[in-house]
Ligand binder design. Structure first.
Ligand code: CP
Length: 343
């Protein structure tokens, strides 16, 4: 594994190894396995959990992290190929990425979807430019297509609660929001749950389809793992006997409505608020997950977040544990400095 920016970099077998190592390392004090290692963390977008958990993972294992907030004390970066750079972005990623790669042992990147075109977002141009140009391992802290560390933490939490993920009925249920959100988190939950052999049901309003390429990839994983993936517009049907209720909001499919309508459409489904009734439609001992941050009483009711089914804090903690494993694996590879020549 040279980079980790999508679940496919690990594959189902590598994913299970991360779970096994993370469960083992949770029982041990962190060693100094990252001593002398330097992680550059590049944020095009804000974060709480991702930033704190990556920094904590590095520092607790004896390493160090440099945080660079693009446009906040760091030059705004242009990423369009062939751009005439007469806007407010004075540096291009084609120089910035290889320069940063010369200073650190790995680069972690957060770059959200632009949300104008789902196909363009699924192509993941910015994180793929990092893979091409960094010359050091690249790890995703959420890109336009996937949030793979979140997906691993989600499935680790499910495995901890049920001992297994195989054939477990799990529902990803769409939730309302005040604005359209990216699809990276639901994509990663979909991919990781399918690779882990879950019986995954996805419920969302019409027009909020996840990307077909990601659905097809998830169905391939499900075929290998003995799991399944189904999609419905009926949340009650999806939730019946489900052991996991995973709530997440995401924006409409970009080809399903004019962009200007998106914000209006997202507020048209407030009845999808995840509340006590939603949980009552699932199995009695179901657990509740959400990647956070969550808008209380817009996406999810207080009674769910504060209730006995919620595992959202454990889920956020697990980000630290899976990332420690990934950082150890990526940063302790045989050193191969690859100089990138800019054409
Ligand atoms: N779940 C998650 O990625 O949280 P942050 O956006 O706070 O990093």
């Amino acid at each position: 594994m040279r980079h980790f920016t999508r679940l496919a970099d690990l594959g189902p077998a590598g994913m299970q190894q991360v779970f096994d190592k993370a469960l083992a390392s949770k029982k041990q004090a962190p060693g100094a396995g990252l001593s002398g290692k330097l992680l550059g963390m590049v944020f095009f977008n804000p974060s709480l959990r991702t930033r704190a958990s990556f920094e904590a993972a590095m520092l607790r294992s004896g390493g160090h992290a440099i945080v660079l907030e693009v446009g906040g004390g760091v030059w705004k970066l242009e990423d369009r190929k062939g751009a005439v750079m007469n806007s407010d972005r004075p540096e291009h990623i084609r120089e910035a990425i290889p320069v940063l790669g010369r200073y650190v042992d790995a680069l972690a990147v957060r770059t959200f979807a632009a949300l104008a075109d789902d196909d363009a977002d699924a192509a993941d141009p910015v994180i793929n430019a990092f893979r091409e140009l960094a010359g050091v391992p690249v790890i995703s802290m959420e890109s336009a297509r996937e949030h793979p560390c979140q997906g691993l933490a989600d499935l680790l939490t499910i495995r901890e609660n049920f001992g297994t993920t195989r054939a477990l009925p799990v529902t990803l249920v769409w939730a309302p929001h005040i604005k359209p959100l990216p699809k990276a988190v639901p994509h990663s939950f979909l991919l990781t749950a399918a690779a882990a052999g879950c019986e995954l049901r996805i419920a969302h309003p019409p027009g909020f389809d996840l990307h077909p390429e990601v659905l097809a990839e998830a169905r391939q994983y499900a075929a290998q793992s003995g799991g399944s993936v189904s999609v419905t517009h009926d949340p009650k049907a999806a939730l019946a006997s489900s052991r996991v209720v995973y709530a997440k909001s995401w924006g409409p499919a970009s080809n399903s409505a004019p962009a200007g309508e998106a914000a209006t459409r997202i507020t048209a489904h407030s009845d999808w608020l995840v509340n006590g009734k939603t949980l009552a439609a699932a199995a009695q001992n179901a657990i509740f997950l959400h990647c956070l941050p969550v808008r209380r009483n817009v996406e999810v009711a207080d009674e769910v977040l504060d209730g006995p089914h919620s595992r959202v804090i454990d889920e956020a903690e697990n980000r630290l544990h899976v990332q420690r494993v990934l950082l150890h694996d990526l940063l302790n590879q045989k050193k191969e400095i690859r100089r990138v020549h800019i054409a």
